[in-house]
Design a protein around this ligand. Structure first.
Ligand code: ATP
Length: 363
C-alpha cells in the first residue's frame, strides 16, 4: 500500500550574522518526535533555538508552526505570543513556590483535544510524589523534570530543549533519559533538542541535524545518517548502527535477553525489558567481524547473514563496510583493509556478521 507523508507544518528559515560566521539554515522539520540539533560548541545551535523562540532576531527569516507564521517577511510575533515551551540547561524554578505551583506557573488550558493536564504531566515525568516540595528539596534531575513539566503545561505547539542534561552528572542523566524518551509517544508536539553529546543523539533522535559554523552539514533520519559512510558521523570512533529491536525472550538460565530485529535474532546479556517491548540497540562498527562461512565453535553468540552494500576506507589501515540485514536494516562493520582484501569483499558479497553480545548497547 502506498503511504504519503503529510506535509510538515514546521518550517524554519533563518539568516543572521553572528560574531564569526553567518547562521544560515533552511529547514522543514517533522511535526512529531525528536529533532536533534547536534554540533560542536559554538556552531550556532542555541542561537537557532533562540531565533525560533523570537529571542534573537534574524532580519531574514521564517518560522512557521502549525501553519501559523511566528515570523514571516518583516513580521515577527514576540516570544510571549509564540506557543512554545523552552527548557534550558538550568531548571530555573521559583524557590519560594512548591513544585505544584511551579508547574502551574504559566500553565494554560488548551481548547483543543491535545490539552495536557497536570495529572498527565506528573505521571509522565514521575513527579507525583514531589508536588508539595520546594525546589530546594529536589535533586538536579528532579528539578529538570519539573522544568519540563512546567514547559508542557503551557500547552506548547513546539517544545525547545537546550542541552537539558548538560548540567547533570552521568547517573542523573541516565535517570532522566527514559522520561525524555517517553515524550514523543505520549505527546503529539514536535521537540527540537540541542546537544553536543552523541549518546543523546543515539538515544533520542528521530530526525538529526548536524551543524557546523552556522550551517547544516547533514540532515535526515538518524538511522540513515549513522550509516552514511561519507557523512560527518562516520569518522567518529563510535561509528555504528542504531537498530530497532523487540524483546522476544529472557533466558533465565544464562541471563540473556533474546531480541528480534529485521534480519534475525540477537542475544544480549542481562534482562532488558518485558517480552514484546521495543528497544533501540546500538551495534558498534568495531564490534562486528565478518566471515564468508558460518563460524563454528565461536564464543560470539550472534551471527547474522548479511550482504555487503558499500565499502569505504577509514584512514590507512581500516575500512567501514555497510551491510544489509533482512529487508531494510543495515549495520556497519569496521575491519582492517587487510581483512577486506583477504576475504575479497566487494559490493554484493554474502557474509556472516558476528557481533559480540557483550558489545551491544541498549539505548
Ligand atoms: N547575539 C549574538 N550576536 C552575535 N553573535 C552571537 C550572539 N550570540 C552568540 N553569538 C556567537 O554565535 C556563535 C554561536 O553561539 P551559540 O551559543 O549559538 O553556539 P552553540 O552551538 O549553542 O554552542 P554551545 O554548544 O557551546 O552552547 C558563537 O560564536 C557566539 O559567540
Amino acid at each position: 500500500m502506498m503511504t504519503t507523508t503529510p506535509p510538515s507544518n514546521l518550517v524554519i528559515k533563518q539568516k543572521t550574522q553572528l560574531e564569526d560566521f553567518t547562521l544560515q539554515v533552511d529547514l522543514t522539520l517533522p511535526s512529531s518526535g525528536f529533532t536533534v540539533l547536534f554540533g560542536p560548541s559554538g556552531c550556532g545551535k542555541t542561537t537557532l533555538l533562540r531565533c525560533i523562540a523570537g529571542l534573537h532576531h534574524a532580519v531574514d527569516g521564517q518560522v512557521t508552526v502549525n501553519n501559523i507564521h511566528w515570523q514571516h517577511d518583516e513580521k515577527a510575533l514576540p516570544t510571549h505570543q509564540r506557543e512554545l515551551g523552552y527548557v534550558f540547561q538550568e531548571a530555573s524554578l521559583f524557590d519560594h513556590l512548591s513544585v505544584k505551583d511551579n508547574l502551574l506557573f504559566g500553565a494554560k488550558r488548551s481548547r483543543d483535544t491535545n490539552n495536557i493536564t497536570l495529572d498527565q504531566v506528573t505521571n509522565l515525568l514521575g513527579i507525583e510524589h514531589l508536588l508539595a516540595r520546594k525546589p530546594t528539596h529536589l535533586s538536579g534531575g528532579e528539578k529538570q523534570r519539573v522544568a519540563i513539566g512546567r514547559a508542557l503545561l503551557s500547552q506548547p505547539k513546539l517544545l525547545l530543549m537546550d542541552e537539558p542534561l548538560s548540567a547533570l552528572d552521568f547517573k542523573t542523566k541516565n535517570e532522566i533519559l527514559p522520561y525524555l524518551e517517553r515524550l514523543p509517544h505520549e505527546l503529539s508536539i514536535p521537540i527540537v533538542y540541542v546537544t553536543h553529546a552523541l549518546t543523546e543523539v543515539e538515544r533520542l533522535a528521530d530526525h538529526l541535524i548536524i551543524m557546523e559554523k552556522g550551517t547544516v552539514i547533514a540532515e535526515g533520519d538518524v538511522h540513515t545518517l549513522m550509516l552514511d559512510l561519507e557523512g560527518p558521523l562516520s569518522h567518529f570512533n563510535r561509528a555504528g548502527a542504531l537498530v530497532d529491536a523487540t524483546v522476544h525472550h529472557y533466558d533465565e538460565q544464562y541471563a540473556l535477553t533474546q531480541l528480534t530485529i529485521d534480519g534475525g535474532m540477537l542475544y544480549m546479556p542481562g534482562y532488558i525489558a518485558t517480552v514484546g517491548s521495543q528497544r533501540r540497540i546500538r551495534i558498534g562498527a568495531s564490534h562486528v567481524s565478518l566471515s564468508l562461512t558460518p563460524p563454528t565453535d565461536s564464543s560470539i553468540v550472534n551471527c547474522l547473514s548479511a550482504t555487503v552494500i558499500e565499502i569505504k576506507p577509514e584512514g590507512e589501515a581500516m575500512c567501514n563496510v555497510r551491510l544489509r540485514l533482512g529487508h531494510k536494516s543495515e549495520i556497519l562493520a569496521r575491519i582492517t583493509r587487510r581483512s577486506k582484501d583477504h576475504l575479497a569483499l566487494e559490493e554484493g558479497t554474502p557474509v556472516y556478521a558476528q557481533i559480540k553480545g557483550a558489545s551491544l548497547v541498549k539505548l
